[in-house]
Design a protein around this ligand. Structure first.
Ligand SMILES: Cc1cc2nc3c(=O)[nH]c(=O)nc-3n(C[C@H](O)[C@H](O)[C@H](O)COP(=O)(O)O)c2cc1C
Length: 291
């Protein structure tokens, strides 16, 4: 009986944390991208596991759409122990608690929840938020996340770590104040998201037609029409930024703006090898669904 951890990760941060938590669990945890598992397979894995975890990146104190869809499709698992974690650059308030809305129906018992600060993956020129690919600046952020993951895993194993806070509050983000703060960000985010989420395009002048963006897209939004030499989109973008961040030619645009080379490369994930891990998650045949 091995634990199972499901995650969605746009640009590798949540994948990194899922593995870091799993490293501290007993047995041989099954760490699965939700891109590579059907709801039926997930239900079977949950039934066979002593404990199940769910992780996702925070988008405006909310869950990414594929995680909402995945959780909503799960069957009943009354009383099974579960944990939820989210990764965020700065703040989510009740980011982990936000999943309860989608898990409620399953009967899973969410006993533990944690938030992890990770590097910012929003490197789009239009917003000019600070980000970095500098390993020296990423290292302390990852080390902190690893320490938190080790403490969290110890708690999941039933050997509470030295953190008194975690002992008293095993579910971060579940208190009313966090909920208020999360709602403060989530409500306006949800209200405006539809207007600006679907704005990814490809600058054909820069594009080398390598097709990486199409292979990476987790929602089937991007396609390549060879006859027309065009990249039609299907309105399913939820702005994970995987295509934008990993395009080797920085040819993907957001709000009509390509990446500004003066800012260096877009965010390329927490560690070297992130791209191949994400490609593996999204490999044809493994991929769960394209809307
Ligand atoms: C559309 C979008 C919205 C985001 N909103 C927030 C936010 O509200 N608060 C925050 O701290 N980070 C926010 N971030 C940053 C990500 O949550 C953070 O970098 C996360 O670790 C990315 O994980 P991933 O690499 O697994 O996709 C946002 C990122 C994106 C793409």
């Amino acid at each position: 009986m091995n634990p199972v951890v499901f995650y969605f990760s746009g640009t590798g941060n949540t994948r990194y944390v899922a593995r870091s938590i799993a490293a501290g669990l007993v047995g041989t945890p099954d760490v699965r991208s939700i891109e590579s598992v059907t709801a039926e397979e997930a239900d079977a894995l949950i039934d066979a596991a002593p404990i199940v975890g769910f992780g996702y990146p925070i988008y405006g104190s909310d869950l990414p759409q594929p995680m909402k869809d995945f959780l909503s499709a799960l069957g009943p698992h009354p009383g099974k122990t579960a944990f939820v974690f989210c990764t965020q650059w700065m703040f989510s308030g009740d980011g982990a608690r936000a999943a309860t809305r989608y898990l409620h129906r399953t009967g899973l018992r969410i006993r533990f929840a944690e938030h992890f600060r990770m590097p910012d993956d929003v490197s789009v020129t239009a917003l000019r938020l600070p980000y970095t690919n500098d390993p020296a600046r990423l290292r302390p952020v990852l080390a902190r996340a690893d320490r938190r993951a080790a403490g969290f895993a110890a708690h999941l194993r039933g050997t509470p770590d030295s953190s008194l806070l975690r002992l008293l509050h095993p579910r971060r983000g579940f208190n009313p104040f966090s909920r208020f703060l999360g709602g403060f960000q989530r409500v306006p985010f949800r209200a405006t998201y539809e207007r600006w989420r679907d704005d990814i395009a490809v600058d054909l002048g820069r594009c080398t037609r390598c097709g990486l963006c199409v292979r990476l897209c987790p929602s089937g939004n991007l396609a390549y029409d060879a006859a027309a030499d065009a990249f039609p989109t299907h309105g399913t973008c939820f702005l994970c930024l995987r295509c934008y961040d990993f395009c080797p030619a920085s040819a993907v645009t957001y709000m009509k703006r390509p990446h500004d080379p003066r800012r260096g490369e877009p965010y390329r994930g927490p560690v070297p090898g992130t791209l191949s891990g994400l490609l593996d998650d999204a490999a044809p045949g493994k991929r769960r669904q394209t809307p």
